[in-house]
Design a binder for this molecule. Structure first.
Ligand code: BGC
Length: 453
């Protein structure tokens, strides 16, 4: 089945890939970086990942977990310990926090709106503001209410209305305390995991439906953007979408692997970027089947900024399609990809075609031993620094994640946190490997204090 799929992909045209960028790290000192004092350093989480099914019990993920291998439980119990989260942020000195509001808590049943939950977010935001921490709030981070899932969520364009109504209600109440809104987190990953691989809810494996869902998600962003901008508050509200670039490269640099990279790149990266860049949604999944090309000229002007998440360098190896591939000397992470900071630089170049300010809304390493985290942070912040020096308009960087949390289909094995979390006691301990990041943040902001004198 898989090889049939590959053959189909290959027979549908391709173009040559750029050579894989590699820097000679033996000649680079990645700690020689300087960031201006208005650069926004932050950390990120999503509500479900830090509060778990226990608190988000009316969500699609809680429903999914009842049959899944991993259960999230209370996760970090963030919902009950929000003040601790603020203390953890203050301790590392970041000036921004990205988190998501949980639709399934705000509207657990259709039309049953929980003002107390909204008020709790308001109070949390107030405290963040008092601490001088800017809030980036995500409206959809892979989770939504079970009732919305039962209506088939974003499989139906007419369901976008439910999301837009929810989001407008939240924005109207919280906007004075929110710096930027991330409408939808990683639409490409949501469909890839939920509709191609089937490892996220709703667990489907249908490439054609995947295209429809992706198109509807992107349309939902546009609808929300246009409706908010029509309101009086519109001029004070900044909205962007968050896109995850998976960096595909051919393992052997042969024509077959290059073609496959192009195909994967087209559905996971270009479909999203092209939508906003050209105002066209193009879905080229399988040759001759399910091809879509629809025009959305309004989409071109619906980003006040773009959020870029970057983690993975994916090497396509025709000989071992089902196995992860690494280059000789690659340093592995606990996730199925290696440390490859050049990929962040390339992703910034790619996303810059959108010509709006860029925020790195997620980047970080799963490293349970904490023996590669420091190197990861050094190299990726070096790549970020280089991109800024080379003229790319990157304004902020959020480390994923502030604390260890529930890593979806991977459960609790993957430890992304700057803080290690003891899930029995809830205790959070700053990891040794996070100190470089904390010092970099301190250096960036200390300079401004001295230059003022
Ligand atoms: C997602 C996060 C996830 C992270 C690490 C991103 O794709 O937005 O929810 O935890 O990757 O895998």
């Amino acid at each position: 089945m898989f090889s049939w799929f590959l053959c189909c992909l290959l027979s549908f045209g391709f173009s040559a890939h750029a050579l894989e960028l590699r820097w000679d790290w033996s000649t680079i000192n990645p700690t020689q970086v300087h960031f201006s004092s208005d650069f926004l350093w932050g950390a990120a989480v999503s509500e479900y990942q830090v509060s778990g099914a226990h608190h988000c019990d009316h969500s699609n993920w809680a429903l999914w977990e009842s049959k899944a291998a991993h259960q999230s439980g209370k996760a970090c119990d963030h919902w009950a310990t929000m003040d601790e989260t603020i203390e953890a942020l203050k301790k590392i000195g970041v000036k921004a926090f990205r988190f998501s509001v949980e639709w399934s808590m705000l509207e657990p049943h259709e039309g049953d709106w929980r003002d107390d939950v909204l008020q709790k977010y308001y109070d949390f935001l107030q405290k963040l503001n008092n601490a001088g921490i800017k809030a980036f709030v995500t409206l959809h981070h892979f989770t939504h209410p079970e009732w919305f899932e039962r209506k088939k969520a974003f499989e139906k364009a007419e369901n976008n209305r439910y999301f837009v109504n929810f989001a407008k209600k939240v924005i109207k109440k919280l906007h004075p305390l929110v710096h930027k809104w991330c409408t939808i987190n990683e639409p490409g990953i949501y469909v890839f995991q939920g509709y191609v691989r089937g490892v996220f809810p709703p667990g489907k494996t249908n490439l054609f439906l995947a295209g429809t869902v992706l198109e509807n998600l992107l349309k939902a962003h546009v609808q929300l953007y246009l409706e908010i901008k029509k309101l009086e508050i519109g001029k004070h509200v900044e909205l962007g979408i968050v896109h995850n670039i998976l960096q595909f490269d051919a393992y052997h640099d042969n024509i077959i692997e290059k073609a496959l990279c192009d195909r994967l790149n087209a559905i996971i990266n270009d479909a999203v970027i092209g939508f906003f860049e050209k105002g066209v949604f193009e879905w080229r999944a399988l040759p001759g089947m399910g091809y879509k090309k629809h025009s959305y000229p309004a989409a071109q002007h619906t980003l006040d900024f773009i959020g870029l998440n970057y983690y993975a360098h994916v090497l396509i190896n025709w000989k071992h399609p089902s196995r992860e591939s690494y280059r000789k000397d690659d340093i592995k992470t606990d996730m199925p990809y290696a440390l490859y900071a050049e990929g962040l630089y390339r992703a910034i170049q790619t996303i810059s075609v959108l010509k709006v300010p860029i925020y790195i809304t997620e980047n970080g390493i799963a490293d349970a031993q904490d023996d590669r985290r420091e190197l990861w942070i050094q190299r990726y912040t070096y790549a970020l620094h280089k991109a800024i020096q080379d003229g790319y308009d990157v304004r902020g960087f959020f480390y994923w994640s502030l604390m260890d949390n529930f890593e979806w289909d991977e459960g609790y094995r993957m430890r992304f946190g700057l803080y290690e979390v003891d899930f029995q006691t809830g205790k959070k301990t700053l990891r040794q490997g996070s100190h470089y990041f904390v010092n970099l943040v301190a250096q960036t902001y200390k300079k401004s204090l001295f230059s003022w004198w």
